[in-house]
Design a binder for this molecule. Structure first.
Ligand SMILES: Cc1cc2nc3c(=O)[nH]c(=O)nc-3n(C[C@H](O)[C@H](O)[C@H](O)COP(=O)(O)OP(=O)(O)OC[C@H]3O[C@@H](n4cnc5c(N)ncnc54)[C@H](O)[C@@H]3O)c2cc1C
Length: 482
């Protein structure tokens, strides 16, 4: 690859790490980003004087970034201030039903014992052991490997690998498997929610997604100043190594000659020669024809039904009271079945949404109440149809009312004005990430084969490569960096 001219399209986490990798291999790298900032989904919004994370907030698998910063001759802690949280998240079902989970598994088991009884605590320990086993079985053979198929997974571990693979029950559904562990339906719901980290329904996801529970138990970190600092840091390290980053530069076409990629054209008409192009935009943009005719078939198309979750998010600067928020908080709907049936089946906003609240000014332990306005990201899941339909003002208002009513029912009172609120809908996510309909995690991981049908790094067009959370091994900040 040395001396080759590589163009990276998109400065999301996958694009930034690909650019760093290519420049380290001696390539001349230009990174073209349509937005005015790096990070893609790892973005922040401004409300008054407040900058608030509007994308990822749960930072896991830090070893991926430890390794990356190591190869760059530096260290993650030297470049960013990190803090590990004790409490992974505070979960609430009502004003009286609250459960904290800890990175210390035994501490979580003790809490679950208090919450649901000692038999459930024992079942949680068995579940955690299974989640660990799933993670360890798939770490090297799937997460860290170039895109494998099911046969490769078996081959990678030989006969004992087949036994291991069988034991992690790859063909079972997550919801059913959780039902086998937990008698308390609230715990089935809590651990089922981990499938939404991959933009999927707990009712359709394979049981292997329980590995997310193990990933969180291995550690969740906070980045001082917000997650967007990580993107800015990677961008500055890339520029210091010679990557030419151009913001507000949208690629409108990937050009080919004799069936091989040879250039890109920007929306202002400028054409840049490339020996290879790494596409960090969602590959759905290819099939949608947004990057020109020559590359429409470069990656498999994802049908509307196969898209992962989108979201409606509210960024707020608000006074809060009545509920001891931690950094990560989840408020659960009392009708989880309908929530996912409405999103994936009826393709409408859920009548009774589950709400995630990131309280960015809080740490992972109870602290003093925050005086004045504090920064929140509130998120509910939504169908990814942002390219096909917009919700009416009434539909959005009903969803917002249901979401904030749930918070209030659980004790959390907010006092926010519309001036101090920024709403992002699937339509807005589709505008930010073209071709996706607002899907935030590529295709949904529904059914056991779904993980194998994500595109790999090599596209069907010579010279065009794919990187990011919609590509193998899948979504999430550390996975997009793999
Ligand atoms: C609200 C929200 C919450 C999330 N929560 C978490 C979490 O807590 N933890 C976690 O690990 N993950 C979370 N995720 C998922 C995680 O953010 C993503 O999986 C990851 O950041 C995706 O990175 P990526 O490399 O795919 O690039 P993306 O972030 O998708 O960036 C792609 C970039 O390409 C640019 N682009 C697109 N088209 C063009 C073009 N034609 N020309 C030039 N540039 C173009 C876009 O502007 C964008 O900057 C969350 C995502 C969202 C949106």
């Amino acid at each position: 690859m040395s001396d080759e001219r590589v163009i990276v399209v998109g400065a999301g986490i996958g694009g930034l790490t690909a650019a760093l990798d290519m420049v380290a291999r001696g390539c001349q790298v230009t990174l073209l980003e349509r937005a005015a900032y790096p990070g893609g989904k790892m973005r922040e919004v401004s409300i008054g004087d407040h900058a608030i994370d509007a994308g990822p907030t749960v930072f896991t698998m830090r070893w991926v970034f430890d390794g990356l910063f190591d190869t760059l001759g530096t260290q993650l802690e030297a470049e960013l201030e990190l803090e590990q949280v004790d409490v992974l998240a505070r979960h609430a079902w009502s004003e009286t039903e609250r459960l904290d989970l800890f990175c210390d598994v035994q501490r979580s088991a003790d809490e679950i014992g208090e919450f649901s009884g000692s038999a459930e605590a024992k079942r949680f320990l068995r579940f955690s052991e299974h989640a660990r086993k799933v993670y360890e079985t798939l770490e090297l053979s799937f997460i860290c490997a170039p895109k494998p198929g099911p046969i490769d997974l078996v081959r990678s571990g030989g006969l004992s690998g087949l036994t291991d693979l069988w034991q992690i029950k790859p063909f079972n559904r997550l919801w059913k498997t959780l039902g086998g562990y937990f008698k308390d339906s609230r715990l089935q719901q809590l651990f089922g929610r981990y499938s939404t980290y991959c933009g999927s329904s707990p009712f359709q996801s394979p049981a292997t997604l329980m590995l997310v529970a193990h990933v969180e138990q291995e550690g969740v970190w906070l980045i001082k100043g917000g997650m967007a600092r990580l993107a800015w840091k990677l961008a500055s390290l890339a520029e210091a190594r010679g990557v030419d980053i151009r913001y507000q530069s949208e690629v409108s076409e990937i050009n080919c000659s004799a069936g091989k990629v040879n250039a890109v054209t920007l929306s202002n008409g400028e054409r840049l020669h490339a020996d290879a192009v790494v596409l960090n935009a969602d590959p759905a943009a290819l099939g949608a024809g947004l990057l020109g005719k020559a590359v429409t078939t470069a990656a498999p198309t994802v049908s509307r039904q196969a898209r992962s979750l989108s979201a409606v998010t509210w960024n707020l600067a608000t006074q809060t009271s009545g509920f001891p928020l931690l950094r990560h908080n989840v408020f659960f709907s009392d009708d989880y079945v309908s929530e996912f049936e409405e999103i994936f089946g009826q393709r409408r906003l859920p009548r009774k949404p589950t709400v995630y609240v990131c309280a960015q000014d809080r740490g992972g332990v109870d602290g003093d109440p925050i005086a004045g306005a504090e920064r929140l990201l509130c998120l509910v899941n939504a169908p990814a149809d942002g390219d096909l339909q917009d919700f009416t003002a009434d539909e959005l208002a009903a969803c917002e009312a249901a979401a904030f009513q749930l918070l209030s029912n659980c004790g959390l009172k907010l006092q926010h004005s519309s001036e101090m609120t920024r709403v992002t809908t699937p339509v807005a996510f589709n505008e930010l990430f073209p071709g996706t309909g607002g899907a935030l995690y590529g295709q949904a991981s529904h059914g056991w084969q779904a993980s194998f049908s994500r595109p790999g790094a090599r596209s069907r067009v010579p010279g065009l490569y794919l990187a990011g959370g919609s590509v193998h091994p899948g979504p999430g900040v550390p996975m997009a960096a793999r």
